[in-house]
Design a binder for this molecule. Structure first.
Ligand code: GLV
Ligand code: MN
Ligand code: MN
Length: 411
């Protein structure tokens, strides 16, 4: 297909991976100097591909390729540019780079469609810096809760301040929101982050729905004390209590189909070898393919953790930092993605997404569709994340075919 270059796609993912706060590992959080560097690359590639490009009011990169005439409603494409800590180089980035590649191909073919195409590189999807997630896509969908501006990062910097430090005006965050009538649909290409496509020998699959997720921030408070002098039965050890809570999460979620629970971050204070931990903060992430299954697990965990902490004489506080139900992909977009897969001579495979995506937020603005591309051994949120050049190219070709044949009228 003219214009699609797997070499360019992969080398751009490499270039983005170099925008990292760590040497030899990839970590790029929201509103960081590394985000600025990545954004400059992305805005440049958007312009090279024939788009007008800008940073929006929350720091998303937005590129626009006009349709047959200026100002037409747009098919929105995108994914995220932030990463987890010690991340892979394709989670999010592949979707942004592949979408730019598709516009590049349209532009080279001097192809103007009966709608505009916009590519958005969302600035925060992972939610690593602040106790909030999908900030970029929620802002675009117009659903960002203004209270999030007062959430602070681990260093005590609020989102409000971080926006100012980045050169953005927190009072203007609402300007990132798009109008429904100008947004025809949102489509995202993403690595699968799971092993299903590889196991079935398929390069691409069409997503049916994104599993729901709840995130909790838990604070446990006991009493710090001397590790040598306080007998075991007189301790109020916040870390031992938190460890028991973590095992309760594992026990509650294990064995229930399509339910998963993770304690991904834990911090013990004061954090010295000879001090009984007095304060612990940890996170819980619970996901399920059915909202009722997730809600009942979260309820049970509240009860179990209260009981654990009461028995151990420590205090517990639990805050919900994210709660999102299952997000269905729109049948009319799944059909058009199926058709694009089939037109490339590939078997059509539909599958759900266990991972979260910007589509969860974008679904409040317009219908969403997603295309998954096979990744090696299903590994993701890990520096070993890998895809082949052939799959990057095939996925992007399918996506381009979807864009070229996109019919908003089938809504
Ligand atoms: C994002 O990758 C998430 O699923 O948390
Ligand atoms: Mn991710
Ligand atoms: Mn992702």
């Amino acid at each position: 297909m003219p214009g699609i270059s797997a070499v360019r796609i992969l080398s751009r993912c490499e270039a983005l991976a170099a925008c990292s706060e760590q040497r030899g590992a990839l970590t790029r959080v929201y509103l960081s100097p590394e985000q600025r560097a990545a954004s400059e690359l992305v805005l440049g590639w958007m312009r090279e591909a024939g788009m007008s490009a800008r940073l929006d009011a929350v720091g998303n990169c937005v590129g626009r390729h006009e349709g047959e005439r200026p100002g037409l409603p747009a098919l929105l494409l995108g994914s995220h540019l932030d990463t987890v800590r010690d991340a892979g180089r394709y989670d999010g980035m592949l979707g942004v780079v592949a979408a730019i590649e598709c516009v590049h191909a349209l532009n080279e073919a001097v192809r103007r469609l009966p709608f505009a195409v916009e590519v958005i590189g969302f600035a925060d999807e992972e939610g690593v810096r602040f106790d909030a997630t999908l900030i970029g896509s929620r802002a675009v969908a117009g659903t960002l809760d203004p209270a999030v501006l007062d959430v602070a990062d681990g260093a005590g910097v609020t989102l409000r301040q971080a926006l100012k430090d980045f050169g953005l005006d927190p009072a203007r965050v609402r300007e990132a929101a798009r109008r429904r009538e100008e947004s025809l649909a949102y489509a995202e290409l993403h690595i699968e982050q799971g092993p299903v496509l590889e196991a079935e020998g398929l390069p691409a699959g069409v997503v049916t729905a994104i599993n729901g997720a709840t995130r909790l921030a838990v604070d446990v408070e006991g009493t710090a004390g001397h590790a040598g002098t306080v007998p075991m039965n007189l301790r109020r050890d916040a870390l031992a209590a938190a460890a028991e809570c973590a095992l309760a999460v594992e026990r509650r979620c294990a064995g229930v189909p399509d339910l998963v629970g993770t304690v991904g971050r834990i911090e013990a204070l004061p954090g010295a070898v000879n001090v009984i931990p007095g304060k612990v903060r940890f996170t819980i992430d619970v996901r399920a393919a059915a909202d009722a299954v997730r809600a009942s697990a979260v309820d049970d965990l509240h009860g179990q953790m209260q009981a654990i902490c009461a028995r151990r004489g420590v205090a517990i506080g639990v805050r919900k930092t994210h709660d999102h139900g299952v997000t269905a992909c729109a049948p009319w977009l799944m059909e058009q993605l199926d058709a694009a897969v089939a037109a490339e001579g590939l078997p059509v495979r539909r599958l759900p997404s266990g991972a979260g995506h910007d589509g969860m937020a974008m679904a409040e603005l317009c219908d969403i569709g997603m295309l998954f591309v096979r990744c090696e051994k299903g590994v993701s949120h890990n520096p070993a994340e890998a895809i082949t050049a052939a799959d990057a190219e095939t996925g992007t070709r399918v996506f381009l075919r979807f864009i070229e044949n996109f019919e908003a009228a089938r809504r």
